[in-house]
Design a protein around this ligand. Sequence first.
Ligand code: SER
Length: 310
Amino acid sequence: MSRSILVTGSGGQIGTVLVKKLREKYGNDNVIATDLRELDLAGPQEILDVTDVARLEELIVKYKVDEVYHLAALLSSKGEQNINLTWKINFEAYKAILELAVKYKIDKVFFPSTIGIYGSTTPKQDTPQHSVFEPETIYGISKFTGELWSEYYRNRYNLDVRSLRFPGVISHEVIPSGGTTDFSVEMFYAALQTGHYQCYLEADTMLPMIYMDDTIKAIMDLMAAPEEDISLSLGYNLSGFSVTPLQLYNEIVKRIPGFTISYDPDDRQKIADSWSETIDDSRARSDWQWKPDYDLKNTVDVMLANIKVS
Ligand code: SER
């Protein structure tokens, strides 16, 4: 069946890879990549500021969209620098998408949530699917509110919304920015480019991570699962593996002898300390058979094999 899929934030860390995969699956012309800036991509693309609801509606009508992936977002650290804009992009634009989805009978919506919805009062180990959620950043607040609206729209309007709580995403295609988990990508580039990394978190700060291929697999599998297998529109807990900066460093230095690290924690430490260390993603495993392929070791191997430094 031909689908018309609209992706916001297509130039971001996940969007760049997801648009490629969606186009492989559904055909170039059926995936409309949108972003604030022009992208170096073949296939349909449109400039879109997601806070411009009229433009969003115009594109949904123009392309007769039947699936939306709202990837545009400000992440945890950058979000704290502009809380109003974060709320607008992460939540208000998403709320507009939900309204337009009902108005234009859009089939399916994907909403990326995050480990940022957890806070200091959430159990840190094996964080359950349903738990205490008192996020301490505007990023977490906007994403958790988005999750609640997703569930509300599913119950009230029968809208098929699907969502994942992403851990830090490790990838070699695009370097993430503005997040608290960015060290997990920056460290690889530092190892290859300068031989030294100054980490903005303490050595023993454990955080959940996921490799990009698993991230894309999770999104595609979740969105392709039969509707009756999806038991919630809140974000599904999701995890690849958990790691500290020191553990990641130890794996990299085994492969790049001489690589050094120092630690100089900044504001991001407080954010990281409020998040979970390990995640119980059994609901995703039982509902739609989620299972990661990448652990720490093969993530480090594939990252070092693929990063191109000039
Ligand atoms: N990568 C995100 C961040 O660090 C977490 O979802 O903000």
